[in-house]
Design a binder for this molecule. Sequence first.
Ligand SMILES: C[S@@+](CC[C@H](N)C(=O)[O-])C[C@H]1O[C@@H](n2cnc3c(N)ncnc32)[C@H](O)[C@@H]1O
Length: 265
Amino acid sequence: MPWDPTQYHKFQAERSAPFFDLLALIEVRTNLKVVDLGCGTGELTRHLADALPNSNVTGIDNSPQMLDAARAASLSSPGPSTLPSVVRTSLRFEQGDQSQLTGEWDLIFSNAALQWSENHSELIPYLYQRLTPGGQIAVQVPSNHNHISHQIYRETASEEMFKFILNGFQRYAPVLSIDDYARILFKSGAENIVVFEKVYAHILEDSNAVVEWISGTALVPYFERLGEYKDEFVRVIREKMRAAMPDSPVFYPFRRTFFSARKPG
Ligand SMILES: C[S@@+](CC[C@H](N)C(=O)[O-])C[C@H]1O[C@@H](n2cnc3c(N)ncnc32)[C@H](O)[C@@H]1O
C-alpha cells in the first residue's frame, strides 16, 4: 500500500500518545532482542530503543515509503557517543511482512500496525510462539472502527459509482474484542496478561481534520484503488462528515485496544 509519511505525520502528537501508554507496559530489561512490527517512519522505534539499555532493536515495515523516511531521518544511527557504552542500543530497519515474522525475540512490540494484518486468532498465537522464554509481547491497535467517521467512508465506498470503481472492495478492521485477546493469550500459555481499551479524547479543528486523520490511515487502501477518483471520494466523505460532525472544534473520541503478556521463563 502506498503510505504517505507526510499525511500520517499530520497528527503526530495525538498518534504518539498511545505509543507512550504502550511503552509504559514494557518490563525494562537489558540485552534484549526486540522487534517493532509495522514501525512506520521509525521515530517511535527510536524512543523504544532509547528506553531499553544495551539492546538490539529491529523495526520491520513493508512500506518502502515509510522505511525511506525512517532512514532519511538517520534513525538507525547509534545514539550520541557521549552515552556510556553500557546503555548503547542498536537500531536498524528492515523491509518485511509483520505477519511472517521469523526468529526468536525477547520483546515483540507493535504500535498501531497489526490491524493491517488479518486473522488475529491465528496471528497472535503465531507471534507469541516467536517469543523466547521470559519474553514479552506488547501491542496496541485502534478499535475505533464503529465510529461514525468509519461508517461514513464504508457507506461512501458502497455507493454505486465508487463500488464499481473499487470493484466492491471494502476493508473491515480484523481487530477482536478485548475478551478475545485475553482468551487467546491465556490459551497460548501466557502469564502477566494485561488487556484494556482506552478512549483518547481528541479535539480537532473541525470535520475536515477528521477526514485528514483517516486519509493518513484507514483510507490508504481505498486511495490505492481509486486512482483519478480519489479526490471525488474525499469530497463526498468531507460533505457527509460535515453533516455528521458540524461542531468546530470537533470532539473526536478514539478507542484503542492494548494487550501485553509474558511467556513463562
Ligand atoms: C499506522 S502506521 C504505524 C507506524 C508506527 N508503528 C507508529 O506508531 O507511528 C502502520 C504501519 O504498518 C505498516 N504495515 C502495514 N501492514 C504491514 C505488514 N503486513 N507488515 C509490515 N508492516 C505493515 C505500514 O506500512 C505502516 O507503516
